[in-house]
Design a protein around this ligand. Structure first.
Ligand code: CDP
Ligand code: CDP
Length: 226
């Protein structure tokens, strides 16, 4: 079983996916992107023609939702049944429905169970798990818990840099709305007790990864030296 869990939460654009993947790679650990599972369920619901705002219908879809994911930070792929949905889950059609399904308590309980199984069965020395409620709900006992933040303007700019000028303006607004909807369900803007806040506003990518690794190092050293 995995000995060390690094739990990381944060809002969209804080850098949690890219930073935690890089941290996992540097540590030789496994990596789990929990947002990808919420997105994969969103994709599945859309495919089935289910109304994502119909909680009962979404819950009915859960038993047939065959979600499979590896935990290798290199070549991270997400499957639903036989479909490789790694790219499809990033499409705007899926992004538009994901908050609605993520607010259904039964969905959260179901996916939290899957995440804990994956953590339990990982064979690497550690695993980095990232999302919105990892430090508080999924892995509240993780030895390393980090809330990655950055000023809103910086987060929007980071996302915009990945897009064309036209879609950047549109996506910025959609992102703000999604964060607001998600924050009503789980608090990922304020660190829970014992969670280290890491503000990446003035840090570039590599500096952020180094800062995360420094927090891990600190905990490992404390554990080793009693
Ligand atoms: O990477 P990005 O910030 O776009 O989002 P994501 O991590 O891919 O998560 C997609 C959506 O899944 C979020 O907007 C939340 O609605 C939901 N989510 C959640 O509710 N709890 C998590 N632990 C992870 C994601
Ligand atoms: O997963 P989340 O939405 O929190 O963010 P991400 O998709 O990992 O990061 C969004 C973008 O910000 C990526 O292109 C990262 O390379 C970039 N980034 C950055 O420019 N500086 C940082 N300190 C952290 C991330």
């Amino acid at each position: 079983m995995t000995e060390l869990v690094l739990a990381m939460d944060g809002p969209a654009g804080s850098g949690k996916s890219s930073v935690s993947k890089a941290a996992a790679r540097r540590l030789g650990w496994a990596y789990l992107d929990t947002g990808a599972a919420y997105r994969a369920l969103g994709w599945y619901v859309v495919q089935r023609g289910v109304d994502p705002t119909d909680a009962a219908a979404v819950i009915d879809s859960l038993p047939d939702f065959d979600y499979r994911v590896g935990t290798d930070p290199d070549g991270y792929h997400v499957f639903v049944g036989e479909h490789d949905v790694t790219t499809a889950i990033r499409e705007p059609e899926v992004t538009a429905v994901v908050s609605a399904i993520a607010r259904v308590p039964e969905v959260r309980t179901f996916l939290t169970g899957l995440f804990r199984d994956i953590v339990r069965h990982s064979e690497k020395p550690g695993i980095v798990v990232e999302g919105r409620d990892i430090t508080t709900v999924v892995c509240p006992d993780a030895p390393v818990r980090i809330l990655l933040t950055a000023d809103e303007a910086v987060r929007m700019a980071r996302r915009a840099a990945e897009l064309t000028e036209h879609s950047a303006a549109h996506v910025g607004e959609a992102l703000r709305r999604r964060d607001a909807a998600d924050a009503r369900v789980v608090d990922f803007m304020n660190a829970a007790e014992g969670v280290t806040t890491l503000d990446s506003t003035d840090l570039d990518f590599d500096q952020t990864v180094d800062a995360v690794l420094a927090v891990v190092q600190n905990v490992v050293q404390k554990e080793t030296h009693g």
